[in-house]
Design a protein around this ligand. Structure first.
Ligand SMILES: C[C@H](O)[C@H](O)[C@@H](O)[C@@H](O)C(=O)O
Ligand SMILES: [Mg+2]
Length: 397
C-alpha cells in the first residue's frame, strides 16, 4: 500500500463561457474566429449548418473542470470538454470510485470508472468525463510526489517538443517557426466540384506562400465520403499535402482501410481525435486504417488509457501524435519515441499569433516559442486553475 494521503473529495465544475471563447471547449469561440468559419463537417450537407459549426452545436457542452482533493489538502485538477452532463457523471457516478481511495491506484480506479459506465458510455461524453478525472488524478499524484507527470511516465526521451500548428494560416505558422501547418478543409462534398476546386486552390495558395518543404496538411473533420477523399488526396498530392486527416466518420473503419489503400504513395492518412479507448484504437491499428493515430488525452480515456493506446501503436510502427490538448499531451509526448512531434492549436482568432490553447483557464500554461517547447519540470501538469474564471458546481454533494 502506498504512503500517500487518501482522496477526500472529487468535485466537478463547469465554466460559464459567454460565447466569446476560451477554455477546454476550444470550439466555443466568438464571431469571426477562424475555427468557426465555413469549415467542412458532416453537417455541411445542410446549408443552414454550413457556415458555422456553432450553429449545429459544436460548443454545446462547454468545459469540465475536475478537482480531486486529498486528505492533506493537496488538490489535483484538470480541464476537458464535457460541461454539465459530464459534471453529472463525475459527481453522481465516478466519484464513488475515488473518495476514500489511495490516489496511486490509477489502474484500478480507471477500470472501475470504465466498466461501471460501459452500459451507457464506451466513447464520447462519458469517456471525456473519465479522462477528466484521470488527468486530475495524475495531476494530484504529481503534486503529492512532487514530480512532473512526464517523470512518472518514464521520463523525457528528448529535450524539447517540436510542433506543427493547426489553423487557417499555415503561412503564419511557418513565420512563427512551426514545422508544418494543418489547415481546416472548408468545402465538403455538398459543394460539389466547385468546392473541391476551391479546396485545391486554397492548398495551392498555401504551398506558394510556404514553399515546397513546409509540411501542409488538411484536417477534414469527418466531412467526406471515400470517393471524395481519394480524389482530394490524389489532387492534393500534386501540391505536396503531407497528410489527409479525419476524412471519414470515426465509425467507418472500413472506409479508412480503403482510403489508406487508395491514397497516393507517400501521403499519410490520419484518423483524427474522435476515437476513444484501447479497443477503438486497436480497431484502427489492426485494420491498418492510418499512419498516425491522434487520440485526445482529454477524450480517449486520459493518461492511464493513453499509455495502452500508445504502446499498441508503437508495436505496429504507427506514430501517436495526440490531438492538441495543451499540457495534458505535452507531458506524454515528451516521453514517447513514437511521438516525435506534437500539435499546437492556434487559438488566436486570425490564427496568426501564439496564445495559450486553453486560455484563460490555466495559469502558467506554456506555449511553443519558435515552434519548440521545453516541458516545465514542475509537479503534476505544471499549471494552476485560474480561479478568477466563473466556476459553477451544478451537482454539489
Ligand atoms: C481544425 C479542425 O476543424 C478542428 O477544429 C481541430 O480541433 C482538430 O480537428 C485538430 O486536429 O486540431
Ligand atoms: Mg483533427
Amino acid at each position: 500500500m502506498s504512503r500517500l494521503p487518501r482522496i477526500k473529495h472529487v468535485r466537478a465544475f463547469v465554466v460559464k463561457n459567454d460565447g466569446t471563447g476560451g477554455g477546454a471547449d476550444y470550439h466555443d469561440q466568438g464571431d469571426g474566429h477562424w475555427i468557426d468559419d465555413h469549415i467542412a463537417t458532416p453537417m455541411a450537407k445542410y446549408p443552414e449548418y454550413r457556415q458555422s459549426r456553432r450553429s449545429f452545436g459544436i460548443n454545446v457542452l462547454g468545459t469540465l473542470v475536475v478537482e480531486i482533493e486529498a486528505e492533506n489538502g493537496a488538490v489535483g485538477f484538470a480541464v476537458t470538454t464535457g460541461g454539465e452532463p459530464a459534471a453529472y457523471i463525475v459527481e453522481k457516478h465516478l466519484a464513488r470510485f475515488l473518495e476514500g481511495r489511495d490516489p496511486s491506484e490509477v489502474e484500478k480506479i480507471w477500470d472501475q470508472m470504465y466498466f461501471s459506465t460501459q452500459y451507457y458510455g464506451r466513447k464520447g461524453l462519458v469517456v471525456n468525463a473519465i479522462s477528466g478525472v484521470d488527468l486530475a488524478l495524475w495531476d494530484l499524484l504529481g503534486r503529492l510526489r512532487q514530480e512532473p507527470v512526464f517523470a512518472m511516465l518514464g521520463g523525457p526521451v528528448r529535450d524539447e517538443l517540436t510542433f506543427y500548428a493547426t489553423g487557417a494560416r499555415p503561412d503564419k505558422a511557418k513565420e512563427l517557426g512551426f514545422i508544418g501547418g494543418k489547415a481546416p478543409l472548408h468545402h465538403g462534398p455538398a459543394e460539389g466540384e466547385e468546392g473541391l476546386r476551391k479546396n485545391l486552390a486554397e492548398l495551392e495558395a498555401m504551398r506558394n506562400a510556404c514553399g515546397d518543404d513546409f509540411w501542409l496538411m488538411f484536417d477534414c473533420w469527418m466531412a467526406l465520403d471515400l470517393n471524395y477523399a481519394v480524389r482530394l488526396a490524389h489532387e492534393a498530392h500534386k501540391l505536396g499535402l503531407k497528410w489527409i486527416e479525419e476524412a471519414l466518420s470515426p465509425d467507418d473503419y472500413w472506409g479508412y482501410q480503403a482510403l489508406k489503400k487508395n491514397a497516393p504513395k507517400g501521403m499519410l492518412v490520419t484518423t483524427g481525435e474522435h476515437e476513444a479507448t484501447r479497443w477503438g484504437f486497436r480497431m484502427l491499428l489492426e485494420m491498418e486504417c492510418c499512419d498516425i493515430i491522434q487520440p485526445d488525452v482529454g477524450w480517449c480515456g486520459g493518461v492511464t488509457e493513453l499509455i495502452k493506446i500508445s504502446a499498441m501503436a508503437d508495436a505496429k510502427g504507427v506514430l501517436m501524435i495526440p490531438h492538441g490538448s495543451s499540457v495534458y499531451s505535452y507531458h506524454f509526448v515528451v516521453t514517447r519515441h513514437n511521438s516525435p512531434f506534437a500539435e499546437f492549436l492556434m487559438m488566436a482568432p486570425g490564427a496568426d499569433e501564439v496564445v495559450p490553447m486553453f486560455h484563460p483557464q490555466l495559469i502558467g500554461e506554456p506555449v511553443p516559442v519558435n515552434g519548440k517547447l521545453k516541458v516545465p519540470d514542475t509537479p503534476g501538469f505544471g499549471v494552476e486553475l485560474n480561479r478568477d474564471i466563473a466556476l459553477h458546481r451544478p451537482y454539489a454533494r
